[in-house]
Design a protein around this ligand. Structure first.
Ligand SMILES: [Zn+2]
Length: 444
């Protein structure tokens, strides 16, 4: 519902909480672009009101369309350092596992400076791609001493300096494979025990003061965390009111190892042992069996798909129609950051399915439209998975926006009704004119 103009005038004159009043040519509200919409933002960086508001516009966003800022629900920022590497295959076909070897080599060379610079680079590229919130799935905790969690603060500092909103999804990592000790680069990921991990999490929580930073929990994967510990982490995340993320069924080899050890694939194991809810996000689910996925989605679990990374690593294609059939909450992540573009993630989620199913229009909403549903994945659904009030231009949400340049060549001539589809299917990061994170603007 829109606030009335009268209400907002009273607000502006009687209290000083309204800091800014924005007006773009077009604003994405209630699932479509609308004209003559103003957005009031308070001094805390939250949206105070949206609609035909009175008052002096403090920022006229002329020639721009205003969208909610994109939410990147799954990133490993340091992997930005692998971009362009490992794309030569002299010994024949590579795989996820040969890529992982290259990633471990990068881990072995990582010091604080490199970790900061790669993370900051990735976060700045995200802002330029319209991403205002990142869920940083952070498992590279230690410097060469293999203890001390020094890199946790480094990532938070890089995010603060770049200006992006971050949910630090801090990872618990205990085994090098199911029942195997950590080896080599993995020693930089490990916690000695669940209690050491929780102590570090709580120490970070106590230091977290910025409004643009919050914490979530992670069980890295069934390869790295015994199911008994996943259960403990889930209970602890409930106690703290934090989200819990986990890599699930990205690779067939992981599923085979899990069946060998536990006699069930990872998703079935989770359904049986863990209280899945809307606070739980399974990342990838590339090879999940339909029946396991059904149970997981019915319990309210979120799924994060990372189309560009899954393509780059040759993972395969997830069963998106099944997820959508259950009205499942699908969100998007840039994962390995081999390419950072949320517009391309949206486009390729749909295109991968079109190629596989040989049909057009897979991620459709009730009106048969694709682009609004993809945008929902890139905004609201990501915000739900990360537990942040963002992803929509409405009262109470953080004032996180992306502005689109309506003069961009790729968008020229698009009528209001098809502008979003033109953006998602026909344009790139250069159509993004700026972003706003909690009321702070960045222009590109
Ligand atoms: Zn990942």
């Amino acid at each position: 519902m829109y606030a009335t103009g009268g209400d907002i005038m009273t607000d502006i004159s009687s209290s000083r909480s309204i800091a800014q009043l924005y007006e773009a040519d077009l604003t994405w509200v209630d699932g479509r672009f609308q004209r003559d919409v103003r957005v009031a933002v308070d001094t805390a960086g939250r949206i105070e009101a949206v609609g035909a508001l009175d008052g002096n516009v403090t920022q006229q966003l002329k020639g721009k369309a205003l969208l909610p800022g994109f939410v990147n629900a799954h990133s490993h920022a340091f992997q930005r350092g692998l971009r362009g590497h490992g794309e030569t295959f002299v010994e024949g076909a590579g795989s996820f596992w040969t890529w992982r070897k290259a990633m471990y080599e990068l881990v072995g060379r990582m010091d604080e400076t490199m970790m900061y610079e790669l993370s900051r680079q990735a976060f700045e590229e995200m802002l330029a791609a319209g991403i205002t919130t990142v869920g940083e799935f952070h498992y590279l905790h230690h410097d060469a001493s293999e203890a001390g969690f020094a890199f946790d603060d480094v990532v938070l500092r890089a995010a603060a300096d770049a200006g992006i909103r971050i949910v630090l999804l801090n990872a618990y990592y205990a085994t090098g494979g199911i029942g195997e000790p950590l080896q080599g680069g993995q020693l930089r990921f490990g916690s000695r025990s669940v209690s050491e991990y929780l102590d570090q999490l709580d120490a970070l929580a106590a230091r977290m003061t910025s409004q643009t930073q919050s914490l979530g929990m992670v069980a890295h994967s069934i390869r790295a965390v015994p199911i008994e510990n996943v259960m403990i982490l889930q209970q602890e995340s409930d106690k703290r009111g934090m989200v819990l993320h986990m890599h699930v069924e990205e690779q067939q080899e992981e599923i085979n190892a899990c069946v060998d050890h536990y006699h069930h694939p990872p998703m079935a194991l989770l359904n049986e042992h863990v209280a899945v809810s809307s606070r739980f996000t399974a990342v990838h689910c590339t090879h999940s069996a339909a029946a396991d996925l059904d149970l997981y989605l019915e319990a309210g679990g979120n799924v994060c798909i990372c189309p560009l990374t899954e393509a780059n690593l040759g993972d395969g294609l997830a069963n998106i129609p099944r997820m959508l059939h259950h009205n499942g909450c699908v969100c998007l992540g840039t994962d390995s950051n081999a390419r950072i573009s949320m517009l391309e993630e949206m486009r390729w989620l749909e295109y991968g399915q079109r190629l596989q199913l040989q049909q057009r229009g897979v991620c459709v909403d009730d009106a048969g439209q694709v682009a609004p549903r993809l945008l929902e994945m890139a905004t609201l659904n990501g915000a739900r998975a990360l537990g942040v009030r963002a992803g929509a231009i409405r009262k109470g949400a953080w004032a996180d926006f992306v502005t689109i340049d309506l003069d961009n060549a790729a968008l020229r001539g698009s009528p209001d009704e098809s502008l979003l589809a033109a953006l998602v299917f026909g344009s790139g990061n250069d159509a993004i004119a700026g972003v706003c994170v909690g009321g702070r603007w960045f222009d590109f």
